[in-house]
Design a protein around this ligand. Structure first.
Ligand code: ATP
Length: 236
């Protein structure tokens, strides 16, 4: 069914220990879309991504990917279905070279990018290939490495948690260009952002989260008409 969403999240709940963080989050992402979760600090955006990946304490509800229910699966099984998570802290191994970081994540499905294709997207990384250790890279290079390393795996759905955080405007523009290129290559992307001005350069649709719930949604075409409301939601 080509019209069925690639990812369908329904009434997702999550807990860290005794803390009930997500109170029934529902949204969907169709194949080839870039969908952004917006919301203030602590709204539950990162927890939503971690819940999709199965790396929170406890979760309930439904997460369907390609029609397959993931809510009862372990995180390693979820990763093998073809969903990749690029965390806010980037998950790069500081003691490994750029090449080792790129080749470490296991390939889970056919169709992943080759190193050459990754370097076409991120020419800077190629220059850094052998010599540098992960942490000697600039913040922007680290972010590109963090995205690059999940592109080899064959994952078709990429969860990117605040990829622009702490980066200079010129690097943010490069990240935006990369996300648009990935979309053109057929990747589906779920993005967490606090910066909706950046998000508007890449996203097709938005969901707004507050206190562990989705409180609103917009398409990109509806964004301008809702800017005042968004300022209020995001406290900017
Ligand atoms: P941010 O941009 O700050 O990451 P967010 O919308 O992604 O914001 P989450 O990180 O999902 O928000 O946090 C949601 C709530 O869960 C917050 O109240 C946070 O304090 C809490 N929380 C997050 N991680 C943990 C954890 N490991 N243990 C306990 N509580 C947590």
């Amino acid at each position: 069914d080509r019209t069925a969403p690639l990812l369908q999240v329904k009434d997702l709940q999550a807990w860290y220990g005794e803390s009930h963080i997500l109170h029934g989050v529902s949204f969907d992402v169709r194949e080839g879309e870039v969908v952004t979760l917006l919301g203030r600090n602590g709204a539950g955006k990162t927890t939503t991504m971690k819940s999709i990946m199965g790396i929170v304490g406890q979760r309930a509800g439904s997460v369907q990917f390609e029609g397959q229910e993931l809510i009862d699966k372990a995180s390693n099984q979820i990763a093998r279905t073809g969903i990749a998570f690029c965390p806010e802290e980037r998950g790069i191994f500081a003691s490994l070279s750029v090449e080792e970081n790129l080749t470490l994540p296991p390939v889970v499905r056919p169709g992943g990018l080759s190193l050459e294709q990754i370097f076409e997207l991120f020419p800077n990384l190629k220059e850094r290939l052998g010599s540098s250790q992960g942490t000697k890279l600039s913040g922007g290079e680290q972010q590109m490495l963090a995205i690059g390393r999940i592109l080899r795996t064959g994952a078709r759905l990429l969860l990117l948690d605040e990829p622009t955080e702490g980066l200079a405007p010129v690097i943010i523009q490069q990240i935006g260009k990369t996300i648009r290129a990935l979309k053109q290559q057929g990747f589906t992307i779920l993005l967490v952002e606090q910066n909706f001005r950046f998000a508007s350069t890449v996203a097709d649709r938005y969901y707004v989260m507050e206190h562990g719930r989705v409180i609103d949604k917009f398409s990109n075409a509806e964004l301008e008409a809702n800017v005042d409301k968004l300022h209020e939601y995001l406290g900017v």
